[in-house]
Design a protein around this ligand. Structure first.
Ligand code: IMP
Length: 174
């Protein structure tokens, strides 16, 4: 498999799409509400940073860490919530901020955990969606880009911790 990243979406395309997502997201909440963004580490850190700055209203943030893929590019076992959230979610408007929804199992596990904390509402925004590999019917409210079944890196996403720093999205193994 080639490890040279081949560009998929430019930094400008991402910036434009993130701005649209922020406006759509904003429209989902009543005036005066402060949504609470729960971002999934580590892949969503860049997306979160750009998304909150594009939001027309104040938001609060928290982070969770889910069991990761380890060193490969295939899903290992059942995902687990490893860390967080460290804030009280009760009666809050929660927005899960994901980098990519692949099989959907990670998001499903996270949703179950957050629902148990009795939020007022629970939405999910993901930068990328790979519907071809979905193994569970988990709701995803807002999607940045719907992509084919390719392994994507950059803009926070990694392969073996490489390529996260790239300001654009790229495919490896092409
Ligand atoms: P899921 O549980 O299969 O939906 O996996 C979600 C997680 O797998 C994401 O949060 C990523 O960490 C990782 N992942 C899935 N596909 C990719 C990819 O194409 N590039 C980088 N990470 C990926």
């Amino acid at each position: 498999m080639s490890r040279v990243p081949v560009p998929l979406y430019t930094a400008e395309q991402i910036r434009n799409r993130v701005a649209e997502l922020a406006i759509s997201l904003d429209g989902r909440f009543p005036a005066g509400a402060t949504p609470h963004f729960v971002a999934v580490l580590s892949g969503s850190f860049m997306f979160l940073a750009d998304l909150v700055r594009a939001m027309p209203r104040p938001v609060t943030i928290d982070f969770v860490r889910m069991q990761s893929y380890g060193s490969g590019s295939t899903t290992s076992g059942t995902p687990r919530l490893l860390h967080g959230p460290s804030s009280d979610l009760r009666d809050r408007h929660i927005v899960i901020v994901e980098d990519i929804v692949d099989t959907g199992l990670t998001l499903q596990t996270l949703r179950q955990n957050l629902i148990a904390a009795r939020p007022r509402s629970l939405d999910t925004v993901t930068l990328l969606d790979k519907p071809a590999r979905r193994r569970t019917d988990v709701p995803v409210d807002l999607v940045g880009f719907r992509i084919p079944n390719r392994f994507v890196v950059g803009y926070g996403l990694d392969h073996n911790e490489e390529h996260r720093h790239l300001p654009y999205l790229a495919v490896i193994g092409a």
